[in-house]
Design a protein around this ligand. Sequence first.
Ligand code: PGA
Length: 283
Amino acid sequence: MSIFKKTSKKIAVKKTIKKDIFPKNKKSAPKVSVKRKLIVANWKMNPVDLKEATKIFTVLKRIDLKKVKDTVVICPPDTYLADFSLKYKGGKFKFGAQDVSVSNNPESTGEISAEMLKNLKAEYVIVGHSERRALGETNSVVAKKILNAVDKGLKVILCVGEEHRDVNGDYLRFIEKQLIESLDGFNKKYIANLYVAYEPVWAIGKGHASLESNDLHQMNLFIKKVLVSIFDRKIGLSVPIIYGGSVDEENAKQLIEAGEVEGLLIGRASLNPYVFTKILKSL
Ligand code: PGA
């Protein structure tokens, strides 16, 4: 489902982005290397009890991941995180949280700090998911969360994504602003701990055809361009960009290959361990 009309404007945007990031002799983007992709399962506020959560994880543990070369990160609700992350010794999966406190002050009722997550053996944290932004989380709060998380040694998956698209390309400026403001104060020395997840809000939770892979490729290039402008060419291009929004067993491979992204952030389909297994095996 492409929201673009097939206008020359769309092609022009894509050409300009490519020219800006890969100037002079480099006519095209370098091929995505065959390095490990990052596949993240975002369970959101599911399931409702530990018994169900354990059932899902028990099926996942049976997956023969020997053939799966990617890094697979499970992000359950914090209430189940310790049950998996502290007890699981198989080493096939990594664990992550879906959010982290903006504060390090212990007088923060209801919050969970980056240090606590680290002590639970979580290695990753999703920050700035659109469902949290919808609750009022601003770019500046996201930026502070990121600084806290990387400072405590967590890897951050920064989510950005527009609510709507418009033919004038205002959504590109929206994403640029999200990136610039969310990465305010980010120290380059932590760059290896940063991932950007492009999740167009309109494509999340639809459970069927999401973004067209051509459009994803265009966004991938655009995000790289912004990252290059924030950091520098070498550092900007080193940040892996992953995609989220109605990924399933039908579209996962196509999105990765044609979108040239370095991973996926999967919500609904990750709650069904059989579907999630199919996705992992399809890549
Ligand atoms: P979805 O969710 O795969 O159910 O669209 C993705 C997300 O919100 O991270």
